[in-house]
Design a protein around this ligand. Structure first.
Ligand code: FES
Length: 125
């Protein structure tokens, strides 16, 4: 099964997934801190990630995702929405964008408070 390695300034985590799994679902399964304000229905851009390896193997981008990414911050050629991009059979390296990490902390105030108390949030630039 393919593996996804999630990275951010806060954490690194790797998970094995079944082909066809959306990146966001994989993140939730392994505790990677990918935001998802709309619940994964392509109605926000908080699951915005940069795919640093394996981009070409992902499911094809649909118009709805392209339109939604237009509203995201710091969009790059390797940007995808985690709720729309599904894994094929290649390993991926995924960077969690600042936009997504901030959304995750807003959605998980207990985690944010813990990291603040440890001096880890917000991350040093
Ligand atoms: S979770 Fe809202 S667009 Fe992906």
């Amino acid at each position: 099964m393919p593996k996804i390695h999630f990275s951010s300034p806060l954490d690194d985590v790797t998970v094995e997934v079944r082909p066809g799994t959306p990146i966001l679902e994989a993140a939730e399964d392994c505790g990677a801190q990918v935001g998802h304000s709309c619940g994964g229905v392509c109605a926000c851009s908080t699951c915005h990630v940069w795919v640093r390896k394996g981009l070409e193997s992902l499911s094809e981008q649909q118009d709805e995702e392209i339109d939604r990414l237009d509203m995201a911050f710091d969009v790059k050629p390797n940007s995808r929405l985690g709720c729309q991009a599904c894994v094929a059979d290649e390993d991926l390296e995924v960077w969690i964008t600042e936009e997504s990490l901030k959304a995750y902390m807003d959605e998980n105030p207990d985690v944010r408070r813990k990291l603040e108390a440890e001096g880890k949030w917000p991350p040093k630039k």
